[in-house]
Design a binder for this molecule. Sequence first.
Ligand code: ADP
Ligand code: MG
Length: 679
Amino acid sequence: MKAASPFSFPVSPALATKLARLGLTRDADLVLHLPLRWEDETRLTPIRDLLPGQTAQVHAAVREARVAYRPRRMLTVSVEDEAGGVLGIRFLNFYPSHLKLFQPGQSFRFIGEVRGGFLGLEMVHPRFARADDDTPLPTQLTPVYPTTAGLGQATLRKLVERALAAPIPDTLPAGWLAELGLPDLEASLRLLHQPPLDAAMSELESHRHPAWQRLAFDELLAQQLSLAAARAQRTQQRTRPLPARHQLTQAFLATLPFDLTAAQARAWAEIATDLGAPHPMRRLLQGDVGSGKTVVAALACLQAIENGMQAAFMAPTEILAEQHYRKLAQPLAALGVKVAWVSGSQRKAERAAAWQAIASGEADLAFGTHALFQDGGAFARLGLAVVDEQHRFGVGQRLALMEKGVEPHQLMMSATPIPRTLAMSFFADLDVSTIDELPPGRTPIVTKLVSAARRDDVLARVRESCREGGQAYWVCPLIEESEKLQLQTAQDTWATLAAQLPDLRVGLVHGRLKPDEKQAVMAAFQAHEIDLLVATTVIEVGVDVPNAALMVIEHAERMGLAQLHQLRGRVGRGSRESVCVLLYENPLSELARARLKVIYEFTDGFEIARQDLLLRGPGELLGPRQSGLPMLRFADLERDVALLEKARDVAARCLDSRPDVAARHVERWLGARTGLSQT
Ligand code: ADP
Ligand code: MG
């Protein structure tokens, strides 16, 4: 029995497996498998005209082939062309069949880079094919495709050619294309696969050619459409609406010693409206470090609670979860809200009691880490889940929330701002609220770059600042290779600093402390029983001690921009003049220098995220969320912003009036992968 080929022509199972590795499972995929580059095989160069460094094609006959053993085993072939030019060919890897193939008198075409060798010009590992004198030369440029082990260019080319034999119907109406100034799909694809000799090579190579633009646009449109589908699916899901009742929320606002900033008020209004809708909210609340997201999240919880539902407030680390709990428990209890706290470090009985309160519905609000959703406990009536610092949660942890079959409203918070282009593309299925101003009265943070050679000056400064009643952080160097070394370094740093600053109370917090030990240190720092807190990057996220206005970061050159920005955000929270000292060790790599320059020049997290994107591309910023999402192959979010905007408009137009166009387009681009939707 023969399995039906997904292609319109026969493909052996072995070949199909290799193609699948490239994501090629049907004709349409082959048509969209575009070359990395092109080679000019349309011309032959006489051997005597060859120049070292040039890539060229020659047509020549074998004079002699033999295996040499010095300096290592290799196959050397000497060839001669019609005009009498002689060229050496060398293969360092070869099979006995090669030796048989290169019989004296047989002619071949060789394509490769010409080098000046010991015995004259040569090519090492050229591509070659048997060819008689009258074998016609191609008349178009030859595509070089992305491929995988065991799948040669020749095979791939033939397959693509076959797939291209059928006409390629356009997915978009001609009138729209004219408006958009984009070329026809079929012409674009044929041109990219087989550019004519007179094609504008530099435009093709830089991907600025209109044909590439068409492909980039189509890809972005497919992405916009599939995200819109995911969103539409969500708005069809029903959940319990939690409309604003202005009871607990108003009362809470009245207890705050400050007014919400305009940006907080705006974000809060957006969230309050979402919560009142009968389908689950998926909103990302982004705001720079210190912009006051917690208060807004607390208001959201209260709106759920005043509707008789429960809320969960999750943070990525114990320190942070406990800090939220400690800060909010008391003011909320004063409003009659019952609060529970679930932690990995709790005694069994304590934890069981917390779960008992949550499961019976007695607790209105639960604070915790992801243990809240992995403990096996259940909420009596969960209405809202708040996920703080959502970029720190892995995919698995987010899935755990879903698998429970819970469809509560969700509010995600992030201090790693998503640049606009990413927000418009990969995050387009989320609604986003942005807090774009800091509460008043913050003193701007002064950032100083100081060579590690001047560590003594920095120590003097720390002493002085603490003697004047301030507190400080000292962040230990990041040692990615080994957690053990990292711990060792933290302890050494602490011992050294304690010895060098005997008049200060020096504390230490690191990732290996037990949660209650960690908590004890943080509480002591908060209560100003510690002047200088030596810390590993565990304090990166969310810790809030307004009296700490000085931070020293050792080996700042080893840290990423987002991390530096988060760390620096621990200071500048009170009215004291805040300083962040970045100690660096010379020599600096180019990238490290560029990063330090960015963190020195910018304090705005959005700008820093944009610079970060420029320095390292979108991949890392997307983090775990990335996995499972089709990557952009042709579009480049920095280069193609204008196309992205057009794609978003066209997607809206499709969904409004031309669902047939949307369906056709998504089918061509995503085919079997259409089911890929994300939450
Ligand atoms: P983040 O957005 O980084 O989570 P937080 O919610 O921890 O920031 O807030 C940082 C600090 O700012 C907290 O001490 C909080 O009480 C304070 N804060 C929040 N909103 C305001 C405001 N509108 N006016 C003054 N202080 C505020
Ligand atoms: Mg926070």
